[in-house]
Design a protein around this ligand. Structure first.
Ligand code: DLL
Length: 428
């Protein structure tokens, strides 16, 4: 199943499947989840009002706080006893968001994670070194079962203890690396420091995701680990990893449309945008049993491209997710995502792509300081001029005025999972 039959269905077939599954999902949500019933009633819609896919625009959105307000089990369409597994996302504030899976949901998830890995170029027989966190986070177990389903051998490493990761990759002969891109960079760096040649080793493909990353970072990691880095997307409220996957073309991530319905809405008006326009991604699940999601506002900014892909898959493509609307900084009127700054920093001579954005308040205005690490070979007396160069490039490429501070090697905290790119001092 390098390319499942569902991945090449015609648009007409796909629409039929989606409509049938969407009707069942709306019914399931309305009949079993008091929150959805109330929200439908408040908008004056009933499941049977759905006649065609475009009717979905009349149904209410679901947002993260709905999950928090109904913590822990209020959004479930089944009894707690019918769950086989629970995951949770920690979030930065307040209660975690709890998500549940029936055995059927876990089966679908394993299939989709397997399809995601296959699209990325993973094959049966590959040895997958899985350094995504195991536990409440969906990354570890999500890819674990996907890899098994695809017929791979899995090393369930989880994150952390980077020196050990490197010897396990080498000793066991891993061909696939699954982790966040920021952690992969950490692995590359530690291997280089220890004089371990991962580039000449067996690693062939990396299955990345869980955080925004740039094309520049991709080139950097491809080179420093000697593999092909592929992007995958997912979120726990919808399932976990395996919602969308880049194919070998590396030109957008195929959203698995037989299991999810993707809309892109204008974040200000919440009106659906025509295909191909950039906005906030909204996802409705089509086959989830325990936790059906109706029009979940992901906050992720992307566009959904329906033009044919050279790989032959008919499922539309999410263009690389630049960031979440919550992560967007507005610095003196200029909108900026951390991943845009990353694009400027990666490959810049004299610095390493370890960085953090510090946002503070100067008077009435927000102020951005980019802290980035110096190359270990950079002479002390050119720190200041290098910082000025970086500052100038950020201004000319992104249009944002900032301060740049060069930190000595090791001065920026390393990622063990999702990197923390923004330090916000405004809230202190
Ligand atoms: O991060 C699931 C996952 C695990 C995806 C491993 C891929 C690989 P959450 O912790 O719920 O779930 O975080 C979901 O992470 O809404 C995005 O903002 C961000 N995100 C996930 N994948 C990407 C990506 C997992 N490829 C949130 N590019 C999402 C950019 C991503 N952002």
């Amino acid at each position: 199943m390098f390319q499942a039959a569902q991945e090449t269905m015609s648009r007409d077939e796909l629409t039929q499947v989606q409509l049938r599954r969407l009707a069942a999902t709306l019914r399931l949500a309305y009949d079993n989840v008091p929150h959805h019933r109330k929200a439908f009633d408040a908008k004056g819609v009933r499941p049977e009002d759905l006649r065609q896919l475009s009717d979905l625009r009349h149904f209410p959105f679901t947002v993260k706080t709905d999950l928090r307000d109904n913590y822990p089990y209020g959004m479930l369409a089944v009894k707690r006893e019918q769950l086989t597994r629970i995951h949770a996302s920690s979030g930065t504030t307040g209660k975690p968001t709890v998500v549940g899976y029936t055995q059927g949901d876990l089966d679908t998830w394993a299939d989709l994670a397997a399809r995601t890995m296959a699209a990325a170029g993973v094959r049966p027989g590959d040895l997958v070194h899985n350094a995504y966190g195991y536990g409440l986070f969906t990354g570890g177990l999500g890819f674990h079962y996907g890899a098994e389903r695809l017929g791979c051998t899995v090393t369930p490493m989880s994150g952390g203890n980077t020196e050990k990761q490197i010897s396990v990759i080498q000793d066991l002969g891993a061909t696939v690396l699954a982790c966040t891109p920021s952690y992969a960079l950490n692995i590359a760096e530690v291997a280089e420091k220890e004089g371990v040649d991962l580039v000449g080793g067996l690693l062939r493909v990396a299955v990345f995701g869980a955080e925004p990353w740039s094309e520049g970072m991709r080139a950097e990691i491809d080179r420093r680990l000697g593999l092909r880095a592929q992007d995958t997307y997912g979120l726990s409220e919808i399932m976990g990893p395996g919602v969308a996957a880049e194919c070998g073309e590396r030109d957008g991530l195929h959203g698995w449309e037989d299991h999810f319905l993707f809309e892109v809405v204008d974040p200000a008006t919440l009106e659906p945008l025509p295909p191909g326009e950039t906005g906030e991604l909204v996802i409705t699940t089509l086959t989830k049993q325990a936790l059906p999601m109706v029009r979940y506002r992901t906050r992720d900014i992307t566009r959904f491209d329906l033009t044919p892909c050279r790989c032959g898959r008919t499922h539309g493509r999410l263009m690389r997710i630049t960031g979440r609307s919550d992560d967007m900084l507005i610095i003196r009127g200029v909108n900026v995502y951390p991943s845009q700054v990353e694009s400027v920093l990666v490959g810049f001579s004299g610095i390493e792509p370890h960085y953090q954005l510090v946002v503070s308040r100067q008077g009435a205005l927000d102020h951005l300081t980019v802290e980035v690490e110096a190359d270990p070979l950079l002479a002390d007396d050119v720190y200041v001029s290098t910082a000025a160069d970086v500052r100038h490039h950020i201004k000319s490429m992104i249009g944002v005025t900032c301060d740049v501070i060069l930190q000595p090697p090791g001065g920026i905290p390393r990622s063990l999972g999702k990197a923390v790119r923004v330090k916000d001092l405004r809230k202190q």
